[in-house]
Every structure is written in structure tokens, then in C-alpha cells.
Design a binder for this molecule. Structure first.
Ligand SMILES: O=C([O-])CC(=O)C(=O)O
Ligand SMILES: [Mg+2]
Length: 389
């Protein structure tokens, strides 16, 4: 059993949307295919992955060093004999050979994307949905049969007034979501409060609305927003300041009792540990948003979950960033608290399996081997072109 090829391509996920920090007019994403010599249903098993969104494609890093490390490794060293499968931990070790500690960043995205494709292949070789394989191997065998998801959107958009914002949020509720998220921080506080109030008219209750500042604020602005947001009793206040400014996050907690969320721009279990040690995050109410595709993949995510446990955090406090099916599998299989969803943006990567509707804020997963990409036809068409083309 061996990996015979790893292919990658960069695709555009450009759109006119903007958050408080960046616009997405030139946003790209890497897609990866891991081609094996294992035959299932008469065809070689191919695992697929992509790098979530927001950090651009990482094809150059993959081509420069990561792909060859796997292809040049002794194939026998990458096999999990006990399970008669590929060994994602050994493959991860090969990917990370000759990499110094620290230096997290774009490297963690390149590795995370390949790791996603490896796990897709492993679950396909085992003939099971990934969430079931994860629950069987690493938990009590019981995966959650549905996952809580919230609808993320509410971007700044040229010419988009509050009525359009309200229409967007209404359409998420119509599609079965219970909680929605909108961007803040790209305009004045007063203007953002008008936008928030417009959305609250639609969702009815602050507990159904999360806001995301995408790391835009200095401490003074973060606190000014905290004071203004407090009366709304929001679902969460996300990424107020720079993702690595743990002192800011800790100080902000002194000024904001409500739930806060951060972590999408942390890239390793060491980063996560620093956040939990120094960021003043509160295990009884705050949320962690680590995204495996941006942070060295699921092999690393398991270390992050161990760090959380050591520091007194339940895995149910994690609601990953990225709105992808990989995190949905991890949420169901390793018992996280939920997952982000992009019902409309970042297509065809956003959203989950075709034909599985969100109901009362929960979504089920398809019962097919792997991550489930084959059940999302527009995404699979793009992946298949890379893997089989
Ligand atoms: O706008 C983005 O970069 C995405 C983001 O922060 C989120 O989904 O939480
Ligand atoms: Mg965010």
C-alpha cells in the first residue's frame, strides 16, 4: 500500500466581500489530491483536501518541499500495519521532517491541507465516514449524529445597505440556522451598532447573533465595542484584537462578561496553549475556533485537544473556523461543540453535503466513506478534475 502521487492546484475563491481587515478580491485556495494504489470499487482511492479560506493557496510550499517528503519516504514507513491502512501520523512526521520548532504560519496551512487529504484517503480505505472512524479509534465509538452549526456571513459588500444585510440573515434562518454571524470593525462603532440593530430586528434576540472583528481593534477600541455590545447579550464577540495579542484578550475579559471567541488564526498546539495560558479565556463561556486546515491538520488538532484537556477545557468549547466538511467530521467524531458554516460565501467550498438540510441549527453528515466531498457535487467536480484528470 502506498501513496503514488500528490497533486495540488490553486483555485480562486475571489469575491467582492470584505471583513474588517481584508477584502477577498484576490483570495485563493489550494486543493490537494492524494492518490493511492489501493483499489476500492474498481478505482484507486484518492483522498482530497483544501485549505479552508482566508490564508491563500499554499501550492508553492507544497511543491518546494512537502509533497516530495512523502513521495520520497519509504512507503512501508507510512503504513499502519494494525489497521491495514495508511498511517496519518507517520505521514505527518514525514511532512514535518527537517522543520524547526516555531516558524508556524503558512507552513501549517500547506501541511494541514495535505493532512486533510490523507485522512480522507484513510477513511475511504477503511470504507467508513471519517467521523465514524474517528469516534471508533479515539473516542468511545459513538459519533454525534448531528452537529450544531451557525451561519457565517454578514460581510461588508460594496453598495450593501442594511436591508440587504437583513435579507441575507433572514435567508439563513429560512434555511434552518438558529444563530448567525456578521462582521464588525470596518466602519465606525455607531455605524456598526446600526448594522447590528438591523440584524437583531430579523433574528429577534442577541443570543442568536455573533459578531466578528477579525482582529482589527486595539485595546481601547476593543473595550469601546465591548461596552457598546454588552446590552445586546450577543452569542459571542469574536477576534476583537490581534490573534497573538493575548494580553489584549485577557484585559478585554475584564470589560466583557459575555462569551468571546478566538483562535482561527492560531497555527499550532503551542499557539493554542499560549492562548489558554495567557489570553484570559474562560472555559465556562468562551469559544475556541482553531481550524485544522490552517493549523497542521488533524494530527496536530489531536495535540491541541490534549492541551485543552490538560488546561481544563471541554472539547465542547471548540467551534472551528472554516465552515468545511473536515471540521464537521472532527466535530461529530471527536465531540466538539459545533462548526462554522458558510451557506453562501466561499462557494463551492462553503456549506456541507447536498440534500442534507440544516434543521433547528443542526446538520447531519452523509453516510459515505471519507470526509464526504463526493456528496457535495460542485466541490467534488473540482476535486475530481485534479485527482482523476
Ligand atoms: O472573514 C474571514 O476571514 C472569515 C472569518 O473570520 C470567520 O469565518 O470567522
Ligand atoms: Mg472569524
Amino acid at each position: 500500500m502506498r501513496i503514488v502521487d500528490i497533486r495540488e492546484k490553486t483555485v480562486s475563491i475571489a469575491s467582492p466581500i470584505a471583513n474588517a481587515y481584508i477584502d477577498f478580491s484576490k483570495m485563493t485556495c489550494s486543493v490537494v489530491a492524494v492518490i493511492t494504489d489501493v483499489i476500492r470499487d474498481g478505482k484507486p482511492v484518492i483522498g482530497y483536501g483544501f485549505n479552508s479560506n482566508g490564508r491563500y493557496g499554499q501550492g508553492a510550499l507544497m511543491r518546494d518541499r512537502f509533497i516530495d517528503r512523502v513521495l520520497e519516504a519509504d512507503p512501508a514507513s507510512l503504513v499502519d500495519e494494525a489497521n491495514d491502512n495508511l498511517d496519518p501520523f507517520a505521514i505527518w512526521k514525514a511532512l514535518m521532517s527537517n522543520e524547526k520548532p516555531g516558524g508556524h504560519g503558512e507552513r501549517s496551512v500547506a501541511v494541514g491541507t495535505i493532512d486533510m487529504a490523507v485522512w480522507d484517503a484513510v477513511a475511504k480505505i477503511a470504507g467508513k465516514p471519517l467521523y465514524r472512524l474517528l469516534a471508533e479509534r479515539y473516542r468511545d465509538g459513538q459519533a454525534d449524529d448531528k452537529v450544531w452549526v451557525y451561519a457565517a456571513g454578514g460581510y461588508y459588500y460594496p453598495g450593501k445597505g442594511n436591508e440587504k444585510l437583513q435579507d441575507e440573515m433572514r435567508s439563513y434562518l429560512d434555511r434552518g440556522y438558529d444563530v448567525v454571524k456578521m462582521k464588525i470593525g470596518a466602519t465606525s462603532l455607531d455605524e456598526d451598532l446600526r448594522r447590528i440593530e438591523a440584524v437583531l430586528e430579523v433574528v429577534g434576540d442577541g443570543r442568536r447573533l455573533a459578531v466578528d472583528a477579525n482582529g482589527r481593534f486595539d485595546l481601547k477600541t476593543a473595550i469601546a465595542y465591548a461596552r457598546a455590545l454588552k446590552p445586546y447579550d450577543l452569542f459571542w464577540y469574536e477576534e476583537a484584537g490581534d490573534p497573538l495579542d493575548y494580553a489584549l484578550q485577557a484585559e478585554l475579559a475584564e470589560h466583557y462578561d459575555g462569551p468571546m471567541a478566538t483562535g482561527e488564526n492560531l497555527f499550532s498546539h503551542q499557539d493554542a496553549r499560549n492562548l489558554l495560558r495567557h489570553g484570559g479565556m474562560r472555559p465556562d463561556r468562551d469559544y475556541l475556533q482553531f481550524d485544522c486546515a490552517l493549523s497542521y491538520g488533524l494530527v496536530e488538532y489531536m495535540k491541541t485537544l490534549e492541551v485543552m484537556e490538560e488546561l481544563g477545557w471541554s472539547s465542547r468549547r471548540v467551534v472551528p473556523h472554516g465552515g468545511h466538511q473536515m471540521s464537521l467530521n472532527i466535530a461529530a467524531g471527536l465531540k466538539l461543540g459545533g462548526n462554522e458554516s458558510y451557506p453562501d460565501v466561499f462557494q463551492p467550498f462553503g456549506g456541507f453535503a447536498d440534500g442534507i438540510a440544516v434543521e433547528n441549527g443542526f446538520v447531519a453528515l452523509p453516510d459515505i466513506p471519507g470526509v464526504g466531498f463526493e456528496a457535495k457535487s460542485k466541490l467534488y467536480a473540482l476535486m475530481r478534475e485534479l485527482g482523476e484528470g
